[in-house]
Design a protein. Structure first.
Length: 315
């Protein structure tokens, strides 16, 4: 989605338009143009991927300076994984500076002050998402930032981000865009965890995607529940329920719903037509046949037997 193209604007209006567009696309910062009296120009695009956004800025020489005061006023901190797209750049945060060339990945903690700039015409992409969606402490993000290239996951995530940004127009319009954003967030979290170098002390499942992914892999476990999920993902049950509540997920109902889907799919398979329905239900964690039958009918409007018969007759 095009946010701004200054090509059709009078020179006198461009700096203000760039500032307004940037403040709506990323964390507030101070903008300093390399040559305010020269050919100031910019084109900005923004694409939505569920909880995340991809922002592209192609502009004349610019410096984006986020002050400590601006960062302290931010109530919803953002983490950005940037991809230098064109032109040489420089990024400074927490006293550490780094020169950037096209193709470099850059992890930015937008909850803290930073100084990012390029000279001449330059461009960058940024995959942005709320810090809370990562399920990682901010100090882990800060520790990982200067270490990204050392991670064995760097090239994998780099290749994914290159393809995501190159196809952002088409991919953001796809019905799977939100799921793609969530999957990309998981890759970013994995990269940060790896680069920070202390994955064993983190909570790698501390996100809705991590929780639901674990649930989906263990549906057949009759002991699947809050205790087992939290333990496996190195979280407390309180943390688990907090993440679920934030995303509007009822863990118990999610488990039941996914198990019902699994039973429903099994009952429709011709190869299992002679397998007792109770056996199929127990295979997917339903120990009480009466409870299972009631939940199945409430979910699909037919009994398990009726569903099996209709499904097989229609084949």
């Amino acid at each position: 989605m095009l946010l701004l193209d200054t090509a059709g604007l009078p020179h006198a209006d461009r700096a203000e338009a760039i500032y307004a567009a940037m403040m709506g696309a990323t964390a507030p910062c101070r903008l300093i143009h390399e040559d305010p009296s020269g050919d100031v120009h910019a084109r900005m695009d923004l694409w939505e991927f569920g909880p995340a956004t991809v922002w592209h800025n192609a502009a004349s020489g610019i410096r984006m300076l986020r002050t400590a005061r601006q960062a302290a006023q931010d109530t919803a901190p953002i983490v950005a994984l940037g991809l230098q797209h064109a032109g040489p750049g420089r990024f400074v945060q927490a006293g550490t500076g780094r020169a950037l060339v096209p193709g470099d990945l850059l992890l930015s903690d937008l909850s803290a002050a930073y100084d990012y700039s390029w000279t001449g015409d330059g461009a960058a992409y940024a995959f942005q998402l709320p810090l809370e969606r990562l399920g990682l402490p901010v100090d882990v993000v800060r520790r990982a930032a200067p270490r990204l290239p050392a991670s064995p996951l760097y090239e994998l995530v780099h290749a994914h981000l290159v393809r995501l940004t190159a196809g952002a127009d088409r991919l953001s319009a796809d019905p799977g865009a939100a799921a793609l954003g969530a999957a990309t967030a998981e890759l970013v979290r994995a990269l940060i965890t790896s680069a920070a170098g202390d994955g064993g002390s983190l909570s790698p499942g501390a996100s809705a995607a991590g929780i639901t992914s674990y649930v989906d892999r263990h549906l057949a476990d009759p002991g699947l529940g809050a205790g087992s999920v939290a333990g496996a993902l190195n979280m407390s049950q309180r943390q688990l329920y907090a993440v679920c509540a934030r995303e509007g997920i009822s863990l118990e109902q999610h488990i039941i719903g996914r198990r019902l889907e699994a039973v429903r799919a099994d009952l429709a398979r011709p190869g299992g037509r002679h397998r007792p329905i109770g056996v199929v239900a127990r295979r997917w964690g339903f120990a009480d046949p009466t409870h299972f039958g009631r939940r199945f009918r409430a979910a699909y409007g037919v009994t398990p037997g009726q569903w099996r018969r209709v499904s097989l007759e229609s084949r």
